[in-house]
Design a binder for this molecule. Structure first.
Ligand code: 6AU
Length: 264
């Protein structure tokens, strides 16, 4: 299908001017991983313990900073230490969804000061271009990148059809800051433009979670749907098996699907 999905992550670096995108592709090539861990646990201790174990196998650590019950500034310091130790980038899954002026404050201020530590964050295109412009004012000077939620993995999602297409159009108008999408598949197959696609709803052992989440396999997402990064949460940290073993299982599944894609 798409020209860019036949290129290696490394070959695609030149398609991006955004610093976070270039750094991410470089890192993926270096660590040979397209796995992002969605670490949705509620305490600092649990979070830091798992991140330390799984850090060597991931390109991106995805956070929901507002679900930590004991968040403090020390958490950010510890997180940065682990980032340096294990060489991963950080994606705060904030799903901004308000007008430009409001998201600017939500991104840079408050307790979390997301822009200071998250290389990448995401936003719903729902409010229109102002949301991207607001986030860009804060993020671009800091070398940050943004993903637009063009599709969602949950059952009954309204982000389909014309909405998804409008998300792609919005990304095209902000190529300097919007580095890609949250989506289930590659959305753009033009060789002259490239976006990084990250897919949540990835699991090897279950197909749903009882609250609307729907799972597909790494092979399905990377090989058949030409996505670039698998986002895996409970499949890794809620397994009965060792988290390192599980992380390796997903890392290998994701990377092998990518190698197979390149050879096809
Ligand atoms: O593997 P799970 O189901 O334990 O976790 C999936 C993670 C969660 C969700 O908040 C997030 O991926 N997510 C997103 C993102 C990344 O934006 C979008 C979506 O459509 N579905 C989804 O599950 O942290």
């Amino acid at each position: 299908m798409a020209f860019n999905s036949k290129k290696t992550y490394g070959e695609r670096i030149e398609n991006f001017t955004n610093i976070a995108a270039r750094e991410l592709l470089t890192l993926m090539e270096r660590k040979k991983t397209n796995l992002s861990l969605a670490l949705d646990v509620n305490t600092k201790r649990e979070f830091l313990e798992i991140a330390d174990k799984v850090g060597p196998y991931i390109c991106l650590l995805k956070t929901h900073i507002d679900i930590l019950v004991d968040f403090d500034q020390d958490f950010i310091e510890q997180l940065k230490k682990l980032q340096n130790k294990h060489d991963f980038m950080i994606f705060e899954d904030r799903k901004f969804a308000d007008i430009g002026n409001t998201v600017k404050h939500q991104y840079s201020k408050g307790i979390y000061k997301i822009a200071e530590w998250a290389n990448i964050t995401n936003a719903h295109p729902l409010p229109g271009d102002g949301i991207v412009s607001g986030l860009k004012e804060v993020g671009l000077p800091l070398g940050r990148g943004l993903l637009l939620l063009a599709e969602m993995s949950s059952k009954g999602s309204l982000a389909t059809g014309a909405y998804t297409e409008a998300a792609v159009e919005m990304a095209r108008r902000h190529r300097d800051f919007v580095i890609g999408f949250i989506a289930g598949r590659k959305l753009v197959s033009n060789e002259n433009e490239d976006f990084i696609v990250m897919s949540p709803g990835v699991g090897l052992d279950s197909s749903k979670d009882g609250l609307g989440q729907q799972y597909r396999t790494p092979r399905n997402v990377i090989l058949e749907s030409n996505s670039d990064i698998i986002i895996v949460g409970r499949g890794i940290y809620e397994s009965d098996k060792d988290v390192i073993e599980e992380a390796l299982r997903y890392k290998n599944a994701g990377w092998n699907a990518y190698l197979e894609r390149l050879m096809n």
